[in-house]
Design a protein around this ligand. Structure first.
Ligand SMILES: [Mn+2]
Length: 313
């Protein structure tokens, strides 16, 4: 993966680590997945699709890239799953301490163990909002507690874990499941108030871990373990927008894109989903003045930028 390339082909002035509000960390890792392989190809497919996406978001009437999005070096640690989790933990924490809004694109879901650990060490009373088809609560799987089937076991012990979209699990996982904070797909499909109920189960600081297999396979076929009965596009966006509006979302990761060269629609969905989440995060904030070249020109000429004036004559 090239390190000189900017996210979505945005201009250099919006891609610098120093000034960008957002950091994007690719984690092309697929060491423990059990069925469909290829999540290590996810970040590149996501980045390729992002370059072909419009950067104006109609719904929020914003161009969120102007907040600055820095594409960090990919975490390419390819040793044990534990080493990958440790590398993710260390890198995420460094960027949180720089006051960045930290986002990651996987890779398989085990990387989120590192993401969650870093955020939990930096934010009080953290809620982990897991959007996923699978409970991922096993304490260990195939001899490792860093398997993707164990992605939120640690979170279940150390954070306020809220699970949405769940429709596949082993009976043993019930041991670690808080059913008050688990929103099964077969229940939410018939409950018009499910979004409000999920919001009520959360504390103020929220980290979102979004496993793309939460989405219905008809709109997201390119994932390692597709499950029928998932979320659709507009209900997902409506829910996410509500979370970003009502809670302090401190960061997020998106995982388990397993690209299929013959079907780019999933890659494109992932690209749009990432950009939508950023658009919701920053919809109330204007971009920094220093990014706006037209502003400097107008300052130099002594004129108030007329394009921002209401016509009061
Ligand atoms: Mn999953």
């Amino acid at each position: 993966m090239s390190t000189s390339k900017n996210y979505a082909g945005i201009p250099d002035e919006f891609a610098q680590l120093e000034t960008a509000k957002v950091v994007l960390i690719p984690v092309p890792y697929d060491g423990t997945s059990t069925w469909g392989k290829g999540a290590d190809k996810g970040p590149q497919a996501f980045l390729d699709a992002s370059e072909n996406m419009e950067l104006y978001d109609i719904e929020t009437d914003t161009e969120v890239y102007e907040q600055g999005i820095h594409l960090a070096d990919a975490i390419t640690e390819n040793q044990s799953p534990e080493a990958v989790v440790n590398a993710v933990h260390k890198t995420v924490k460094e960027h949180i301490k720089r006051n960045k809004f930290v986002t990651l694109f996987g890779g398989e879901h085990s990387i989120s163990i590192g993401t969650i650990r870093a955020f939990n060490e930096c934010f009080d009373n953290l809620t982990v909002l897991q959007i996923d088809a699978h409970a991922d609560l096993r304490k260990s799987y195939e001899g490792s507690k860093y398997n993707h089937a164990c992605a939120v076991h640690e979170a279940s012990q150390t954070t306020n874990l809220v699970q949405v979209g769940i429709r596949s699990m082993d009976i043993i996982e019930k041991t670690f499941m808080d059913e008050e904070k688990t929103f099964f797909a077969h229940d939410t499909v018939n409950d018009e108030f499910w979004m409000d109920k999920v919001i009520e189960a959360m504390t103020d600081n929220v980290l979102i871990t979004f496993d793309l297999d939460a989405l219905d396979p008809s709109i997201m076929p390119s994932t390692g373990t597709p499950e029928p009965g998932g979320l659709f596009w507009y209900e997902t966006l409506e829910f996410l927008k509500q979370v970003f509006e009502e809670k302090n979302v401190v960061g997020f990761d998106i995982v388990e894109l397993c690209p299929n060269p013959n079907d780019k629609s999933s890659d494109f969905l992932a690209a749009k989903l990432y950009y939508k989440m950023l658009s919701y995060k920053f919809m109330g904030e204007a971009a920094d003045v220093e990014y706006d070249n037209t502003y400097d020109v107008d300052q130099r000429s002594g004129n108030t930028p007329s394009k921002f004036d209401d016509d009061e004559d």
